[in-house]
Design a protein around this ligand. Sequence first.
Ligand SMILES: *Cc1c(COP(=O)(O)O)cnc(C)c1O
Length: 237
Amino acid sequence: MTPQLTDKYMVTIAERLTSAYVRIIKAAKNAQRNSNEITLLAVSKTKPCEDIITAYEHGQRQFGESYVQEAVDKIAQLQPYSDIIWHFIGPIQSNKSALVATNFDWVQSVDRIKIAKRLNSQRPDNKPPLNILIQVNISNEEAKSGCHLDEIDELADYISQCEYLTLRGLMAIPAKSDKLETQTQYFKQLQTCFDKLKTQYPHIDTLSMGMSGDVEAAISAGSTMVRIGTDIFGTRT
Ligand SMILES: *Cc1c(COP(=O)(O)O)cnc(C)c1O
């Protein structure tokens, strides 16, 4: 018989958060990088506000959400935690762009001009410009969001001219693979795009790649932001 899971054996969010940091530090060391260059984004989608507060109380400040309505409700409830930095990382439908423009600090999933245009016109002008990452469909999956590699330049050019948007870099979710080699290959491709973009926009500073399953490969390829959900908050149902 399997033993009952009791509190004694439950790993807390605080412990998992610490493990996530340890993992980043180790991966950075292996890649001969400074771990201070890498931000941990805690992906709290589908998880209750209590879990976010627990992570907050253990020092976490940057959180990622994927579903607009769920996120907007949570952001409203968590208003007292005014130094939380909210990142939108999910697909954006046109009819939800105003909610995204109003409630978030970052949007990592901009993959077409139409959405950039809407976010720019809908960003309240009493707020700082919205930080934008261009999402790239690096492994060219049919069903995935993200622009194609050859669309990055046009989109970057558009965003850089938007008064209420600040281009900060690139984001990708490559096809799932258990092989470190395959993961690294995709991440290196994105790193090349990022380096190229940076020659034209020297202020860009964020390469968002790496999730619970591929943090090491992402960090070895220059990731500056890893987005971790499951390893911090547990599996999602
Ligand atoms: C859900 C999600 C994550 C977190 O994935 P985990 O495997 O749970 O760490 C990261 N990035 C994006 C864009 C996501 O939608």
